[in-house]
Design a binder for this molecule. Structure first.
Ligand SMILES: Nc1ncnc2c1ncn2[C@@H]1O[C@H](COP(=O)(O)OP(=O)(O)O)[C@@H](O)[C@H]1O
Ligand SMILES: [Mg+2]
Length: 639
């Protein structure tokens, strides 16, 4: 992971935590959250926005570390002790050179040392060197450990917050986003918070402090040499000017390429049955190799620019060290500096250049990490679309459902529901009929408030849904989607998802009611069989019956079903039809349905055509009317 050259000081960011987080912003990002129509989240090749550090964002990052203020103070304490020991480190050697090997009196003494005492003194000084290194190494490790600990705690805080947010964001948000992008933001982009703290703030403070301390001490030792050594700083600034931009751009491009490789693998796996049945494996492999080679080329070019900068830094420091040594030796030769003094000064030079080099990277690190942090904040800042007007009202038991002049559009200017008005009494069931794309699913989604109408109201028991407590409302509604959803868990956990901790007896009763008990009993571990992703596969009919069992167990007074039988063959449909009749009994229900046999049992029929409610009445009434419903149910118009 050599791109730390850009993102942090050398050597300290070998962990996975320093990724140049911007990857996703090019591949996935660049769409407005909160109202994006589906499928528009994938904009490739958008140039990386030039991100300048904004104080607001930086302060916001600090917020995640506020609970650890005490720990941070401890880290700074360790840092100060560390710097102090660093300052002491060259002194035993200097005394050794000047007073043990040379003839200068020991500090605080007048006469040079006795010959017999010299070996003993050398031993003592060597022991002192060891102790200093030992203590400094220990302190440095402790300081890094606690600093990493604090940064990881901040990371966990921001991850928890973003996950919580993802769970609450509306369906519209999730339809507008790509799963890959959200995963990337929640798992990788969040690292930028850690990077900003550790490689940004901590490095900045540590390096500035070390630099200031070293510069003061060196200036007191030898002002002219210190000024010469510091004269290099502008060169360093120039170096980062020349290389910084190239490094950032190449890093971004390399990350884009890596992202493309990742998404190619993802797409290929998703489309594998297609690829295999059309025997396109070779072609796909070629495509992949092309992308992988491109990624390789771009990574190499990125590392090239980083190493170029590393080389420039080495040259600058080499030049500085050479000039300082030359001037220093002249001072020694002239007798105004001891050899030990020169040694101490040159040792300090390293300690001066290290923070200087770290500081030259901090800007680039912060800029890179801020891009990631902003992508995290973007999600955190997405406004709640579905809001409850306070004070929230309680959900009326057994209320009737009313749509009044409801209009709804996913995208501005393209209304999917137009002036839909109807009323369904409590305990009645209605079938929603209409051609594909008429807005049937959309109509159902308005009831649990996955969306709110643009105009008009949806009411339950005479109360606008927007005034009801959202959780309470959703507790009152059971939903059976068109595509059954199976979680990677056991059969029992799947059925009891809406009622955690339900006793096994109740789960089994729900399964029996949904006609699912039969096949569950035949599974290897019965109710404890793991199903869903990466486990036993169920047929479409079986999956749907698990979903029905879930709805039975939830036992909600309102039930919404979206073509629950459309993916089933005749036999499975027969099995489910009976469960459905059971489920609807005594509940207020809306079901998107097509088969005349199913619809016949409903109290009401709603016909939706291009977003308009064109027919509404009992099945018999509509058949008599001779419109769309009569046509699709295949009965001639009754004259
Ligand atoms: N998330 C969405 N974003 C934009 N348009 C959508 C979205 N979902 C559905 N639509 C559009 O809304 C219309 C109605 O869709 P839908 O309610 O699913 O119809 P139905 O269930 O009757 O087949 C369709 O034209 C569909 O393309
Ligand atoms: Mg639909």
């Amino acid at each position: 992971m050599t791109n730390c050259q850009l993102h942090g000081q050398k050597g300290t960011c070998k962990t996975a935590s320093h990724f140049c987080i911007d990857t996703g912003s090019i591949i996935f990002g660049s769409y407005a959250f909160g109202g994006a129509p589906r499928g528009k989240g994938w904009i490739e090749g958008v140039p990386h926005p030039n991100i300048r550090p904004r104080m607001k964002d930086l302060l916001r990052v600090l917020k995640y570390f506020r609970p650890d203020a005490g720990r941070v103070a401890g880290v700074f304490g360790l840092l100060l002790a560390n710097v102090a020991l660093n300052v002491l480190k060259p002194w035993p050697v200097a005394v050794l050179i000047d007073s043990v090997l040379g003839q200068k009196p020991l500090p605080g003494q007048r006469a040079p040392m006795e010959t017999w005492a010299r070996p003993l003194m050398a031993a003592w000084l060597s022991a002192a060197i060891f102790l200093l290194y030992f203590a400094q190494g220990g302190l440095s490790s402790a300081q890094n450990y606690y600093s990493i600990q604090v940064s990881l705690r901040g990371l966990t805080r921001v991850r928890a917050e973003i996950f919580d947010r993802l769970l609450r964001l509306s369906l519209r948000f999730h339809q507008g986003a790509t799963a890959g992008d959200l995963i990337y933001r929640a798992s990788w982009d969040t690292y930028s918070i850690q990077t900003l703290f550790q490689q940004g703030l901590m490095t900045f403070v540590t390096a500035s402090l070390s630099l200031a301390v070293m510069a003061c001490i060196m200036a007191r030792l030898n002002l002219p040499l210190t000024l010469v050594a510091l004269a290099l700083a502008p060169l360093l600034v120039m170096g980062i000017r020349v290389f910084g931009r190239a490094m950032r751009e190449r890093t971004t491009r390399a990350q884009q390429a890596d992202s493309r490789v990742t998404s190619l693998v993802q797409q290929c796996i998703a489309a594998l049955p297609l690829t295999q049945s059309y025997t396109r494996e070779e072609l796909e492999a070629e495509r992949f190799q092309g992308e992988a080679k491109e990624a390789q080329r771009l990574r190499l070019s990125q590392h090239g620019s980083e190493l170029g900068y590393g080389f420039a830094v080495a040259v600058i420091f080499g030049f500085g060290t050479a000039v300082t040594t030359w001037l220093g030796s002249r001072q020694v030769l002239a007798g105004c500096l001891t050899v030990g003094g020169l040694f101490v000064f040159l040792s300090y030079l390293v300690l001066l250049y290290e923070p200087l080099s770290q500081l030259s990277y901090v800007g680039a690190t912060v800029a890179g990490a801020l891009a990631g942090a902003r992508r995290v904040f973007e999600i955190l800042d997405t406004p709640d679309e579905v809001r409850v007007q306070s004070p929230a009202a309680k959900v009326p038991e057994a209320g009737d459902i009313a749509f009044r002049g409801v209009c709804f559009a996913y995208e501005p200017g393209r209304e999917v529901l137009k002036e839909v008005t109807f009323r369904l009494a409590a305990g009645e069931s209605a079938a929603i009929v209409g051609p594909s794309g008429a807005g049937k699913t959309t109509l159902l989604l308005l009831l649990p408030r996955f969306f709110d109408p643009g105009r008009g109201e949806v009411e339950l028991g005479g109360v606008d849904l927007r005034r009801l407590d959202l959780k309470d409302l959703r507790r009152h509604i059971g939903v059976v989607p068109q595509e059954p959803i199976i979680l990677p868990a056991t059969v029992a956990e799947n059925i009891a998802y809406g009622k955690p901790g339900a006793p096994p007896g109740e789960i089994a009763a729900a399964a029996r009611a949904a006609n699912a008990a039969g096949f569950i009993e035949k599974l290897a571990d019965k109710y404890q069989t793991r199903i869903g992703e990466g486990a036993a596969r169920l047929s479409a009919g079986e999956r749907q019956r698990i979903n029905l069992a879930r709805a039975f167990l939830k036992d909600a007074p309102i039930i919404l079903l979206d073509e629950p039988t459309s993916a089933l063959d005749g036999e499975s449909e027969e099995l489910i039809a009976e469960s459905l009749r059971q489920l609807l009994r005594g509940r207020t229900a809306l079901m998107v349905a097509h088969r005349p046999a199913t619809i016949a049992g409903f109290h009401r029929v709603l016909v939706l055509e291009e977003g308009r409610l064109t027919e509404f009445g009992t099945p018999a009434e509509l058949r008599a009317k001779g419109g769309y419903f009569a046509r699709v149910t295949g009965l001639p118009k009754v004259e």
